[in-house]
Design a protein around this ligand. Structure first.
Ligand code: 6R9
Length: 687
């Protein structure tokens, strides 16, 4: 098997990421509409934001001490607020917060509220895939949620799960998913949620890496009109793990399909139905008091090299940061109804479905389906049905819905909305305007939130505060405790306006702690290139008003519909085919997805390109990774443009992917370092 080709070291490439951000202007300003403000907002105005922000940077320890002390329950208080080292020259990279304290995030999310007597307050409003499925549509109070969490926790204990063990969750977007996450947290188990769209191969890799003896899954789920048979995929993943010498001991299986349970194959001694086990389980379950830095979860995310890495977050810092950002970014107020459309398989679902909202005693909608089923009005039907105050979704969804026209929005009452949140990729101004004008009737704040799996919570935010000047397409201003820095190629800090690598100078409470099983990899990826800062992997521009404009990844990570996919992962899948010699994958501008996947493939001697081979390669990407990794285009090429040291010059491929056969040699920049410059003309000719 031929290994995928390495890339040149990352460079700022904002010009090539232009498709993400076309038509963005510093002086395109929309003032925060007064109608969209709560009468008693958490942030009174921009001065209040500035004052709090400045304090969070100047006196971070006092700032976070105040917030942590007043907003949470601690079994034991901390001895020191933090200990952070972002410099490899100074030693091991570390980030520890609320050192010496003991707490439990599940207790803070549930028991705390039930103990103050608000057990009847609604935590979740479950909205099923099918509009007419009234028997599944239900409310979960804080009391009911806590009771269910305790039972699930006891089931896990009975399966032998102990503090520190990892449990893999492969589930649809139903309330039982956050319930299972909280059950893990309650007993000190570490959860690893794997998005239900990942393949058996991808799931197996994550089960193996985490050494999960217990997997929680579901017979299947309808997403729109499509059934997804999760249990079958989980079984296949267990088989793959078994072949590699690892046995999954138990599967806890939720019953969600209409079909009779008997249609789902259960293996004796290993598989247990969730409802049956939970019904039998004890209703009392003490919480496990956790050290501040005890692991809470791992979440696998794509990197620019190798297989996805297990980003690890711990207990106290993550808890304090997600709760605080939820409150301020969305101005969440008592009795508001929040609605995040993200799946818990992504970090957004962790921080802003499971943890942030519950830590604020919030009420939120959990939606099982997709925004276009039964039609493109579904999200607005939900907004009207539950009188949603804050909606949080991704630019790719906004663009997709915009394409169906305004009538789907206008058919519903959206007057409850105050905040329109966005996350996942830069939002293009056209989508921003539509969100603001059509969805929000020019009355709501558009809160753009830039952050990452590794940062745990919001980092750069366009706060919907009185006096805020929104700039469509700019993530805008740093959140509390976040100190962004732009560096040039030489590692010099850029003062004032400029374009550079986006770095974060000082630690914030929910900084990535490590990559599971490989602290060295974590140090290398995020702290090696520029000593003393956290490397975000994004390029960024700061304008004269101090607003931040994200310009796309500077590494080999694609952002497809707001989901991270490493080009390396797709390339590794493609080269598994016996006829493929080499593959190079780049992104290109895609109207709905933001970025599409473009694969350049060279075949082995004698092999012939064909439509059926193309289908086989697509199937391979889907089975190795999942449908989100399906290449949009495959181009057969005689060779790849490589430097003399064998590195693929991806910028050439990106230009071709973007402009096709019309690309001109003179637009490609310096190609003299290529081992064989004649490859380029052949590449263009083969489009
Ligand atoms: C939360 C999440 C992180 C990468 C990040 C950046 C891109 C996310 C963005 C954004 C511009 C925003 N990104 N939000 N770019 N504006 N508001 O998406 O985490 O899946 O780890 O992806 O997504 O490139 O580096 P994750």
């Amino acid at each position: 098997m031929v290994e995928r080709g390495a890339s040149e070291p990352f460079k700022l490439k904002s010009a090539e990421a232009d498709h993400l951000v076309e038509h963005r202007h510093d002086d395109d300003i929309v003032t925060m509409p007064l109608e969209g403000l709560h009468p008693a907002p958490h942030l009174r105005d921009m001065e209040h934001y500035q004052q709090m922000y400045k304090r969070s940077i100047a006196e971070p320890e006092q700032f976070w001490d105040d917030i942590a002390r007043t907003g949470f329950y601690w079994k034991q208080k901390w001895d020191a607020v933090r200990s952070v080292n972002f410099s490899r020259k100074q030693g091991r990279i570390e980030s520890s917060w609320f050192i010496g304290s003991k707490t439990n995030i599940c207790f803070n999310a549930l028991d705390r509220w039930v103990e103050t007597g608000i057990e009847d307050h609604v935590a979740f409003l479950f909205e099923p895939n099918d509009l007419s499925d009234d028997k599944s549509r239900r409310e979960w109070t804080y009391g009911q949620t806590l009771a269910e969490v305790k039972r699930v926790a006891n089931v896990l204990k009975a399966m032998g799960v102990k503090k520190g063990d990892c449990v893999t969750l492969y589930m649809p977007m139903v309330v039982e998913l956050p319930v299972c996450m909280l059950a893990c947290a309650r007993i000190g188990a570490v959860h690893s949620v794997v998005f239900g769209g990942f393949s058996a191969e991808a799931l197996a890799g994550r089960i193996l890496d985490a050494e999960s003896k217990v997997v929680i899954t579901c017979d299947g789920v309808m997403r729109g009109k499509k059934p997804i048979l999760l249990k079958q995929i989980a079984d296949k993943a267990c088989e793959i793990a078994q072949k590699r010498g690892f046995a999954v001991a138990s599967q806890l299986v939720l019953h969600r399909l209409e079909e009779d349970k008997s249609t789902c194959e259960m293996r004796g001694g290993r598989d247990v139905w969730y409802d049956e086990a939970v019904a039998r389980a004890d209703t009392e379950c003490e919480v496990e008091w956790m050290d501040a830095e005890d692991p809470l979860f791992i979440l696998y995310t794509s990197g620019s090299t190798g297989s996805p890495k297990g980003v690890l977050h711990t207990t106290a810092g993550y808890m304090v940061y997600t709760a605080t950002t939820f409150k301020y970014s969305f101005d969440y107020q008592p009795r508001d109804v929040f609605f995040c459309t993200a799946d818990c398989g992504w970090i957004t679902g962790h921080s802003y479905v499971t943890y942030g909202p519950l830590l604020n005693a919030a009420t939120q909608v959990v939606f099982e389906g997709v925004p276009t089923y039964p039609d493109a009005g579904r999200l607005w039907d939900i907004v009207q049905r539950y009188r949603v105050n804050q909606i949080y979704t991704a630019p790719t969804a906004i663009r997709a819905l915009k394409a169906y026209g305004d009538s789907y929005v206008q058919a519903y009452d959206r007057s409850s909305l105050r905040v329109l949140g966005t996350v996942g990729e830069p939002i293009n101004p056209e989508a921003w305007r539509w969100y603001f004008e059509v969805v929000g009737s020019s009355k709501c704040a558009v809160v753009d939130t830039w952050w990452q799996t590794e940062t745990g919570g919001h980092m750069i935010v366009s706060f919907g505060v009185k006096g805020m000047k929104f700039k469509p397409g700019s993530a805008s201003l740093p959140s509390f405790g976040v100190d962004p820095v732009l560096l040039d190629e030489q590692g010099q800090e850029i003062e004032g306006p400029g374009d550079g690598f986006l770095m974060i100078r000082q630690g914030w409470p929910s900084t990535i702690r490590t990559v599971r099983g490989d602290h060295e990899r974590m140090e290398q990826v995020y702290f090696d290139r520029f000593d003393g800062y956290y490397l975000t992997g994004d390029g960024c521009r700061r304008d004269a008003d101090g607003y931040y404009w994200l310009t796309g990844r500077i590494d080999d990570i694609l952002n497809v519909s707001g989901h991270r996919i490493g080009t390396a992962e797709v390339e590794s899948a493609l080269v598994l085919h016996e006829l493929v010699n080499e593959a190079a994958v780049v992104g290109f501008g895609h109207d709905i997805k933001g970025e599409g996947i473009y694969a350049f493939v060279t075949l082995n001697q004698g092999a012939k390109a064909s439509e059926s081979l193309q289908k086989e390669l697509i199937a391979l990407c889907r089975s190795e990774i999942g449908p989100i990794a399906t290449p949009d285009r495959i181009q057969w090429v005689p060779g790849l443009p490589k430097t003399r040291s064998g590195k693929i010059m991806r910028r050439i491929l990106r230009k071709i992917a973007e402009q096709g056969g019309s690309v001109k040699m003179e637009d490609l920049g310096d190609i003299t370092t290529l081992a064989d410059p004649s490859v380029v003309a052949q590449l263009i000719a083969s489009v």
